[in-house]
Design a binder for this molecule. Structure first.
Ligand code: PLP
Length: 445
């Protein structure tokens, strides 16, 4: 082991990513790899986009940093205007930070502050979903339900977070239930959670519109988010939607919630905001919260040294301009349809693929030992990791994960290519992915 960086795995030195161009990353072993997942659904414009690089250089020449206690800056102001321009949910303000987890922390704290400002300080509880991931900082981790990520930190997580089931029809809808009955059951579970906590103690319900890093691209059934919104409204709680992974165009609409028709009070964004060109995340906020702060204490009791950073904002501004000016949402929808079609053709009948699901350019295959019983593979086999390795051998980067299914680990692999993908890229991604799946399963002991 040579690396003195604390890597994710202390036993393996990963290759160095040396250069990136468009859909490709070139590594220190001389390998060119298609970035079939944009990292973790981050690199929405691929790598080395000239307009983004130029915008960053230009901003560096003008101003690298100014503290927000004294100043705002041009690119952050322009980014707020661009992101909020024509925003269909009535969200009026943008707070900028440096990651998805920071965005979730800001959302939770803002919800809490809002209720203090309007004279409801007893609202200290948050309801989230068991199958969810909201980030790795302590507040975000407490909100998330991913048991594998939470396990060793459980004793130091806040007790203000409570969990209900996510909407995961593939595994959790009973055979004798219709979609509507399943949604009604989930709504009843959420209502019961409000009642057991005391409805006037709940600040917010937080959920991912399309679950990312815990289940892999699971969208809710029609009617679910309407039911959730109605329950929050009935009890005066806020709805926070975490679109860190699924937002900013990834699912084919700018915001994933648009496909549900249910706008949130606070929306968290990150990955697709800056496309990985700079670390940046943020929250979009509705007018009633801003008004309460403006009429109350006068400001958000929160902040970070690097919030609304000029170069990060300039990079994100350029990313957002490119998405809008180059019609990339249309490309996400068209290439997403092709990706779905090819995945279903290649793996739809595979005896170890239980489910293929997703939206836009956000697709996942869930692997099962047995299709009929949906039994998971032995976690010790780490099938998702094996698929990642076989795919990399074949020149494809994908995003594997072990979800939590009934307390056990399940195997999922996400494909979330950049929005600039062309049909030939999609064909190559699915061809390499299909071969990797076959090779990984053939190689199981
Ligand atoms: N929320 C969701 C839905 C995510 O998928 C992630 C990261 O994968 C986060 C929050 C945390 O973001 P970050 O890793 O940038 O802190």
């Amino acid at each position: 082991m040579r690396s003195r960086l604390l890597q994710r795995n202390l036993r393996i030195d990963p290759p160095l990513a040396l250069t990136g161009q468009g859909m490709l990353i070139h590594d220190s072993n001389g390998k060119a790899v298609i970035d079939g997942s944009g990292g973790a659904a981050v690199a929405c414009l691929g790598h080395g986009h000239p307009r983004v690089l130029e915008a960053m250089r230009a901003q560096m020449d003008r101003l690298s940093y100014a503290h927000t206690a004294l100043y705002s800056c041009e690119p952050a102001e322009q980014l707020a205007d661009m992101v909020l321009e024509g925003e269909p949910g009535g969200l009026t303000h943008l707070y900028l930070c440096s990651s998805g987890s920071e965005g979730v922390e800001a959302a939770l704290k803002l919800a809490r502050q809002y209720f203090v400002e309007i004279g409801q300080p007893n609202r200290r509880n948050f309801i989230a979903r068991r199958q969810s991931y909201h980030g790795n900082t302590l507040g975000a981790l407490a909100a998330g339900g991913n048991m594998m990520r939470r396990a060793i930190y459980q004793p130091i997580l806040s007790d203000a977070f409570h969990h209900v089931s996510a909407c995961y029809a593939y595994r959790d809808r009973r055979d004798d239930e219709s979609d509507a009955q399943y949604v009604a059951r989930l709504a009843a579970e959420l209502e019961a959670q409000f009642q057991s906590l005391g409805p006037d103690t709940v600040a917010a319900f937080i959920a991912e519109p399309v679950v990312g890093a815990t289940l892999g691209c699971v969208a809710a059934l029609p009617g679910y988010f309407q039911a959730v919104r109605a329950i929050c409204d009935r009890h005066g709680a806020l709805l926070i939607l975490d679109e860190v992974m699924s937002g900013m165009g990834r699912t084919g609409t700018m915001h994933a919630w648009e496909q549900e028709g249910v706008p949130p009070d606070i929306q968290v964004v990150a990955k697709g905001l800056g496309g990985g060109y700079q670390p940046i995340g943020g929250i979009m906020i509705g007018a009633k919260i801003i008004d309460a702060l403006r009429d109350g204490s006068g400001g958000f009791m929160h902040g970070h040294t690097y919030q609304a950073h000029p170069i990060a904002s300039a990079a994100a501004l350029a990313v957002q301009q490119v998405i809008r000016e180059e019609g990339l949402l249309e490309n996400v929808r068209a290439m997403g349809a092709l990706l779905e079609q090819r995945l279903v053709e290649r793996l739809g009948n595979h005896r170890h693929v239980g489910d293929i699901r997703g939206r836009g350019l956000f697709w996942c295959a869930e692997f099962v030992a047995d299709r009929a019983s949906k039994a998971v593979f032995d976690p010790a086999l780490k099938l998702n990791e094996r698929i990642k390795r076989e795919a990399y051998e074949r020149g494809l980067a994908c995003y594997p994960m072990a979800g939590t299914i009934d307390g056990k680990r399940g195997d999922h692999v996400i494909l979330s290519p950049p929005y600039i993908a062309r049909p030939a890229d999609i064909e190559a991604i699915v061809a390499r992915f299909g071969d990797a799946v076959d090779a990984a399963i053939a190689g199981l002991p």
